[in-house]
Each structure stands twice: as C-alpha cells, then as structure tokens.
Design a protein around this ligand. Structure first.
Ligand code: ADP
Ligand code: MG
Length: 629
C-alpha cells in the first residue's frame, strides 16, 4: 500500500534554497551520504556484537555505483536499515527539520566566508545535486522494506519495497546542471578527498589485478589478470592505532599515503592521542622547511571520526604549526561556527595548547635522545621553532630545552651553553653580554674574520624572522644584546679595560671628522673618529644594529613599524685614528692630495663591503689608474 504525505516544514521548496546557500560546496553531499552509510554499518556491527541484532554480518562494505543511462548515483550500505516508522521519524521529521533549522539560522550569513563551508547538512545535502532522491531500505529488524521518494518539495511518497538483505540504498537522480557527478573520475576524486580514511571499506568499480603465471606458462604468455573490487579507502589509518603498535616505517608509509606526490621523507613525526578533557588523535610530521613561509600552509588535514572536513586548520592549530603536515582527528571541534568564534572556543583553545605542548615535548626528547641528529636537522626545522618561540609564550618558555644557536664554525649551543661560553670575553661597557652574529658568511666575511681574530664566538643567524626573535630574547632574557658583526667596530662593541689611547688630540679628531664628512658629502654616512688598535683597518663602514634591525623587522612583518620601509640605509664610517694611513692624511699639506687620499680610502672601505656601485665604482677605478700611472 502506497501512501503520500507532506513534510511538516515552513519552507515550501527546500531544494532551491539549499542550492543557493551552499553553492560552492555541492560536492559535500557525497561525504554526507557515505557518512550516513558508515554510521549505519557501524551501528549494526555494534548491535550484533552486544547481541541486540541477530544477523549474519556480511562483508559490510559500502558500494558506490553510477548508472549513466538513468542518470543516477547509488550509495548502498549493509547497515542497520530503517523501518517505515524510522523513515518517518529520521528522514521526514528530523532530517528535514535539521535542514530547515540550518536555513533559518544561516539565511543571511551562509554566504559569508565566516561560516565554515563544510557544514554538514546531512541527508538533505543530497538535494544540492539531485532533482529526486529515493531511499530503499530494510531494517535488520524483521519488518518489510520501504521505498521513499521525494523531489525536494515537501511532498514525499512511501511504499513497500522488494529488498531481501538488510541495509539501505540511496538513489540520487542527478539534476541536469550537476552532470559532473555522473562522471567516474569526479566521484573517484571526491571519494579520495573525503572518504580516504573512513572506517568501512568503500567499493567503487573494479580494478584489474595481475596474477601469478601458471607453472606451465610459456615465456611470452601474458600474465593472467582478473577484475577485483576496487576499495577506495584505508579503513585503518595509522593515526587510529596505538603508537606502540607502529614502527617508524609505518609512519613513513602513512606520510606517503597522505601526500602521494611528496617525495621527500619527513624529518620526524608526533603522534597525538588524548581522550580527556577532549578527544583528539592525529599524527603531525615535520617536513623539511624552506625559507618561504607562505607556501607551506594548508597541509594539515582535519578529520572528524575519519571523515575529512578541511585542510584549513587555521584557528585550530597554533599558527606556527600550520607549517607542519599530517592529520588531526577530533569530534570536539565545532564546525558550524565562524573562524573567529572558533578561536575563542574553550575546547579549541585546549586543543591548540595541547598540540603546542606535545610538539615542545617531542622536540625536547629528540634533542635529549640524539643531540647530533637533532643538530643535523636544525636548519630544516628552525623556522618553525623560531616562529613558535615568537608567537606562543608557552612554547618560548619550553624552548630553552631544544632551541639551538649555531655558530659560523658549525657548533650548536643551547642558550645556557652559549651564555656560559661567551660571557667571560664578550661584555660591553654596560655589563651586557654581547652576542655577535652574522647573517651571511660571505658578505660579512671581513667583519667576521675580525671578530674571530679576537677569539669571539660568532653565531650564524640567517632565518628571515630572526631579527624579531633577537628582539624577543633581548627583552626576555637577562642582560644580553645581539649585534651583527658589521654593526659597529668590534672594539667599540665590546669594551675592554685596556681601551686604546688616541694618538690624536680632541681638536685634531674634530677637524679630521669635519674634513672627511665634507669630502665624502653623503648624508647617509655618519663619520666617527675612534682610537682603535693600529692593526685594525683605517676606515670601516658599519650599519647601526638598531636601524638595520628595525628595517628588517618591518620587511618581515613586524607590527607597529609602518612607514620605516622607505628609510635609506644608514651607515657609520669609523675612522681609526691610530692607523698609519690616517696619520698620513692629517699630515698631507696639499688639499687636492688630501681629498684624493680620503676618497680613495673610503672607496676601498666601501668596495670591501660591496657598497661601491655604478658611477662611483667607475670613478674609483679611473682614480686608481691615475695613482699607479
Ligand atoms: P545525522 O547523520 O547527523 O544524524 P542526517 O540528516 O545525515 O543526520 O541523517 C538523519 C538520520 O537518518 C540519521 O541519523 C539516521 O538515523 C537516518 N539515516 C540516514 N541515512 C541512513 C542510512 N544509510 N541507513 C540508516 N539510517 C540512515
Ligand atoms: Mg549524517
């Protein structure tokens, strides 16, 4: 006996509305229907296990089929099925009301990017792509099978159906403007995207399997083949297992499963596994990092109970960890809210700090277990760690246990070791420990050599955000200051008891300063006459640490320093009053000769820093020819 009914909803025709509001996300219908099929399968399995369902469990797989001729897509499960009453209740009442509630709530905002696109509309998302939907279902309970049909308007029909085996078949009559969902390649793509790790095997089509050749086969006989079910998914992905059941190679294999196009191996992994006060599992991988921060995001995939939700984990995972790869699975992350709301959510905050702590703990144990190996990886992971130290206070506090400070000579110090090592030698006149560093060994070679000749340690700090990190260390650690080797002359940076005595009087210094300033006539240079050791260079060009670092920080996105981008580079020209050449300049009587000496010496200083370019360089070369003629 067939019956008809009208679903109790205020919206006359739900289907165009759903289409309108979820325009960009039509494809999620498949995820929703396969999720329902999975739920139904797992429920029956559970009922059978606890003795509530006396059924013979089959292979329990879910099958997806395309019928091009009829323009239908079929989702078939061997789950618990529904009785007629259940169809009334779960499909007509609950599912529809869920859809209606959603539309009421998000009528005005659903198109805002704030709402996570993947909001599950459940069963009714089928109407995003189908003009008509049929359900043929038979409950595991001993009741007749049911056939439900609906075209998206609130009118449906229910009639008895012929179906022997318990389970449900959903038939979508794909609308004319959604034809792509009748393409095998499209459906395969969606299954791989959303259902790759769902817990019930999903069959889609067949594939050809090559068999062993029979013993009596001839050399050039082709190997026999057979068609077998093609199972799209891996129902037991690594993150659902216990870490103790997995070996290093299992983690590597899973990485390849996640990123089939990625040829490089991950450096190490972190297995996340907690069930209180929130439920979260997952595996994060540290890949080799490049210097470019922007291209590396969107690599962590978020799942809920093995169903893919999104690869945008912004707001869930701390920003610095979005550079990692891997999977997070948590049913406790609310998805029907905007991203900004998400960040304020208590559970999400806890999840985020849990992940941060796990990453810090892992780094610490890697460092302790095998320091050498950790040092070797440092260059590839430092960007994540430095970024984390800058952006997460908790991570910064823990970082002393694993953050490394490499020297230009290839030693790696922890913070504590570093301070202990440099403190006795490298102190400035205020009693601060001076941490010398280079950002480029080649460009800063002459300064570097000068520092090393004095026995100083020079760090090699070359990542793009390191100027921010130095700022942070200077304000949070006691009595230290960073100075790049070319920030000032070493003797001025690190003041000694036995400071040099000037061979020049104050008046002589002043007049020399004035003469040189007038000769070079460049407002970007500040001339400074200093008494240094006579073996130091006569003219040295330096760039004040503060100015240079401010510019660097601005370039890499330091807040509150807008407007400094257009500032010219500022230089100090340090003149060594104790150098022979400087003495000679002072003693030169003819103005012309004096000017030429100064120009020549300053140009040589510039040349050694790669600062002499264009016309200035040509003038220098011509002047040099004149001199040696
Ligand atoms: P949800 O999955 O969040 O409960 P849905 O709208 O997806 O919401 O589904 C509504 C209900 O319909 C489900 O809770 C379930 O009881 C029933 N249902 C849907 N699909 C199936 C299926 N394949 N087998 C059995 N029951 C189903
Ligand atoms: Mg559902």
């Amino acid at each position: 006996m067939s019956q008809q009914g009208k679903i109790n909803v205020a919206v006359e025709n739900i289907f165009p509305l759903i289409k309108k509001f979820l325009y960009s996300d039509h494809e999620i219908f498949l995820r929703e229907l396969v999720s329902n099929a999975t739920d139904a399968t797992l429920k029956l399995k559970h009922l059978a296990r606890i003795g509530e369902a006396s059924v013979e469990l089959g292979d329990q797989q879910i099958e997806i089929k395309i019928n091009k001729e009829n323009k239908t897509l079929h989702i078939i499960d061997q789950g618990l099925g529904m009785t007629e009453d259940e169809v009334q209740k779960y499909i007509n009442d609950i599912a529809f009301s869920g859809a209606e509630e959603f539309l009421e709530k998000y009528k005005d905002t659903a198109q805002d990017s704030g709402i996570i696109g993947h909001f599950g509309l459940g069963f009714y998302s089928a109407f995003m792509v189908a003009s008509k939907v049929e359900i043929i279902t038979k409950s595991y309970k001993d009741e007749p099978a049911v056939h439900w049909t609906c075209d998206g308007s609130p009118n449906y029909t229910i009639e008895p159906a012929e179906k022997e085996q318990y389970g449900t078949e959903i038939i979508l009559h794909i609308s004319d403007d959604e034809k792509e969902f009748l393409e095998e390649s499209k459906i395969r793509e969606l299954l791989v995207k959303y259902n790759k790790f769902m817990p019930v095997p999903i069959k889609f089509g067949t594939k050809t399997e090559t068999l062993e050749k029979p013993a009596d086969a001839k050399e050039d006989d082709p190997a026999p083949t057979r068609e077998v079910d093609h199972i799209i998914n891996n129902p037991e992905p690594a993150w659902t297992k216990q870490p103790s059941d997995l070996e290093d190679k299992d983690y590597k294999n899973f990485y390849r499963e996640l990123y089939p196009m990625q040829f490089e191996e991950p450096l190490f992994h972190i297995h996340l596994n907690v069930d209180y006060p929130f439920n979260l599992t997952g595996i994060l991988y540290f890949p080799k990092m490049t210097q470019d921060l922007s291209v590396q995001k969107d690599r962590i995939q978020l799942y809920q109970n093995q169903v893919f939700v999104t690869d945008n984990v912004e707001g869930i995972v701390p920003e610095f960890l979005t550079m990692l790869r891997g999977v997070i699975d948590s049913p406790d992350i609310p998805l029907n809210v905007s991203r900004s709301y998400l960040q304020a959510d208590g559970a999400v905050k806890k999840i985020s700090s849990y992940i941060t702590r796990k990453v810090a703990d892992k780094l610490k144990s890697l460092f302790n277990e095998d320091r050498k190996a950790f040092e070797e990886k440092w260059n590839d992971i430092k960007i994540v760690i430095e970024y984390g130290m800058l952006s997460e206070e908790k991570f910064f506090e823990k970082s002393d246990a694993f953050a490394l400070y490499p020297t230009v000579d290839g030693s790696y110090y922890t913070w504590e070791e570093l301070i202990e090592k440099v403190k006795p030698l490298q102190t400035d006149k205020d009693g601060k420990t001076v941490l010398l560093y280079a950002s480029n060994k080649v460009e800063q070679h002459s300064y570097l050599a000068g520092a090393k000749a004095k026995g100083y340690e020079v760090l090699l700090l070359d990542s793009p955000i390191v100027s921010h990190l130095m700022q942070k260390l200077e304000t949070s650690k006691e009595k230290i200051s960073f100075a790049r080797v070319d920030a000032d002359h070493i003797d001025n940076l690190i003041k000694k008891e036995d400071d040099q005595i000037s061979k020049l009087s104050d008046e002589e210094k002043e007049s020399l300063q004035k003469t040189i300033t007038e000769t070079i006539a460049d407002t970007n240079y500040t001339v400074q006459v200093e008494a240094m050791s006579s073996d130091a260079a006569p003219f040295i060009i330096t760039q004040p640490e503060f100015m240079r670092r401010m510019k660097e920080m601005q370039a890499t996105g330091g807040g509150g320093m807008m407007g400094m981008g257009n500032m010219p580079d500022m230089f100090n020209l340090v003149v060594n009053a104790n150098h022979e050449l400087v003495q000679e300049i002072i003693n030169t009587k003819t103005e012309k000769k004096k000017t030429r000496l100064i120009q020549q010496a300053v140009d040589l200083a510039k040349l050694s820093q790669g600062l002499l370019k264009g016309e200035a360089l040509i003038n220098f070369v011509n002047r040099s020819y004149e001199l040696i003629k």
